[in-house]
Design a protein around this ligand. Structure first.
Ligand code: MHO
Length: 214
């Protein structure tokens, strides 16, 4: 019996999108990530001309492995800036929900987080409307810094960079978003050979726990 995997989508603005691409990419249950612009009204924004849009991470995930609340916990705890202080709209704290249930979860979660922290959070919670993927060079930014690996694993095209679960995970591993333990546990399912395994492992060991940066 073949059951079709029902995937869900989540979209967050939490600062520069390179860092949260790595964070969510390495999170078990996340299937695909894309960085881009959303939340505003300007048609066809670009990195140089964002208009009123915000840098966001757009995630496809398997709800049987990870829930929206868990994604929200990662969201609250990994803002580079903008959770309590207003800076530019490019980096504002933003939850774009995709269904009514997620709207409720997000609003309740913000309440709880605010009580816990004892200071007002400026996160906006709005209906998702439209996502504009960012330029190719922003996608899996940490992974693309390793052209040898990208070439070896054939992850060069936009389609592969945006659509591949492996690309999402590698982008996180290389940035130090996973522990060595998690990496070793997931390794058998990644389909890497000895050479690419050694290459990635070195960065996982070096970078684990370094904190994500932009
Ligand atoms: N600090 C980075 C931010 C890039 S980001 C995609 C830079 O100045 O290039 O917003």
């Amino acid at each position: 019996q073949i059951e079709k995997l029902v995937t869900k989508r989540a979209t967050f603005g939490m600062g520069c999108f390179w860092a949260c691409d790595a964070l969510f990419g390495a999170t078990p249950g996340v299937l695909r990530t894309r960085v881009g612009y959303a939340g505003g009204t300007l048609d066809s924004p670009t990195y140089r001309n964002l208009g009123d849009h915000t840098e966001v991470i757009d995630i496809d995930y398997n709800p049987e492995v990870i829930g929206y609340q868990e994604l929200l916990n990662l969201f609250w705890n990994n803002h580079e800036y903008g959770l309590t202080t207003r800076i530019k709209r490019q980096y504002m704290s933003l939850v774009l929900w995709h269904d009514e249930e997620d709207r409720l979860t997000a609003e309740q979660s913000r309440e709880k987080e605010q009580r816990k922290r004892g200071e007002p959070l400026i996160t906006e919670i709005k209906r998702f409307e439209r996502f504009y993927p960012a330029e190719k060079y922003h996608q899996k930014y940490r992974l693309q810094a390793h052209p040898w690996l990208v070439e070896k694993l054939r992850l060069k095209t936009s389609e592969e960079l945006l659509g591949s679960t492996l690309a999402a995970k590698l982008n996180g591993y290389l940035a130090g978003a996973a522990s060595v333990g998690q990496f070793e546990q997931e390794l058998p399912s990644l389909g890497l050979n000895e050479e690419t395994t050694e290459y990635v492992r070195k960065y996982v060991v070096e970078n684990q726990g370094n904190g994500l940066y932009c």
